[in-house]
Design a protein around this ligand. Sequence first.
Ligand code: NAD
Ligand code: UDX
Length: 481
Amino acid sequence: MVKICCIGAGYVGGPTMAVIALKCPKIEVVVVDISVPRITAWNSDTLPIYEPGLDDVVKQCRGKNLFFSTDVEKHVHEADIVFVSVNTPTKTRGLGAGKAADLTYWESAARMIADVSKSDKIVVEKSTVPVKTAEAIEKILTHNSKGINFQILSNPEFLAEGTAIEDLFKPDRVLIGGRETPGGQKAIQALKDVYAHWVPEGNIITTNLWSAELSKLAANAFLAQRISSVNAMSALCEATGANVTQVAYAVGKDSRIGPKFLNASVGFGGSCFQKDILNLVYICECNGLPEVAEYWKQVIKINDYQKSRFVNRVVASMFNTVSNKKVAILGFAFKKDTGDTRETPAIDVCKGLMGDNAKLSIYDPQVQEDQIQRDLSMKKFDWDHPLHLQPMSPTSVKQQVTVSMDAYGAIKDAHAVCILTEWDEFKTLDFQKIYDNMQKPAFIFDGRNVVNADKLREIGFIVYSIGKPLDAWLKDMPAVA
Ligand code: NAD
Ligand code: UDX
């Protein structure tokens, strides 16, 4: 029986390994982590992450060929293939701070693998890492190897949260990079054999190590660039009377461009896009390519602009002040169908409104109050560095923010509603009831284009929808960027 161990039981390690276990009943899969609460949750009825379909997959194989454990060293020692799926956040201090990937967690995992191994192993980079990380990992492993043969593969993960199980069941492609040596090719084949249990051979791409590492950063950069492109257009649409949904539809009908991933929004969020583009920018700078770095940096700048443009629009529309006004926030997760709030645009929007002294009342179907309070107290980039989570000023956040159990509670007596996540349940709210319970004039700022603006205007709301023609009211109250 082949034994797989995955270091890191997070959003990637957990679902990915659960699907491998489900599809390969003859392979034993153990997911290990240093976080005791995380492993306890994976072994309980309440999994540590919310992901449609995940419960079912875990229930089918946990205890049979899927295990979760904190005994990291034992399971690494016993494994034939070790996946490393630890966090690779942005550095917050020292050389490359604010851009470069922090490989502390990766390096300590690699050193531990070298320490405990007594037999040959394939070590798979599942985390998203800078190009050439495999070389560094190889050095750590071979310098400490005691004659053991380690083969390093790059096998980046392309799942998106909210659809992780679907994506893992039917991946557009599986990418495996390895050394172009007989040993490297043998290792690639061994990993290919695992995926071949359910992924058609034509969808398994093999490359050299550096192409695989760079393809992951490139894919995320291209995806984020599409969103920044449509968001840049949304600003121009508002200025000209064009409608961004119509523009995106017309543009996406070109088969060379395609219709997906062209929804204008309050900005992209999530743990990957910003971090990976900053990482790409840093790599370009280190390789003497400042023009290329500048090009990709612009994707982040437009995303930041989109969030501050939204805040400015809210404040400008409400007589240039939201001081002491109750503003309801619907949705805090970075997208629907996840409870994940890492780099969610809601953090920047809420902080922007709090900067103007608004009183926020927040509701999200999957995000708990303590998470929201923590996110709004934290410094940029600190969320992925558990060791230095020092809240900035939790007391002032608590004075300005309340969290509600449902949308109606959050909105009662509010002056405005901001929709920041596209949860389906927001489409079917009783907006007449909401209007009746709000201060007047009642505003809705739709950062995801989920509500029917015309119907809401008939009720009496002043409505702002990203990238759509503006109400007379909004035109009279221009937002200065
Ligand atoms: P995560 O923070 O949810 O999980 C990482 C886990 O690794 C944590 O539970 C942490 O405790 C554990 N860990 C850290 N160091 C460890 C060590 N030395 N030994 C054992 N456990 C250790 O992160 P994630 O979202 O799963 O992302 C993991 C990697 O995958 C990152 O590089 C990320 O960029 C990449 N990725 C993420 C996504 C996504 O959608 N979240 C998608 C594709 C790729
Ligand atoms: C992304 C990549 O899609 C995935 O391949 C990679 O493995 C990890 O990073 P994820 O961040 O989980 O996945 O979600 P994604 O669906 O890409 O959405 C990212 C952000 O972009 C969200 O905030 C989403 O709301 C936003 N978005 C997405 C838009 O604003 N408009 C769109 O058209 C699509």
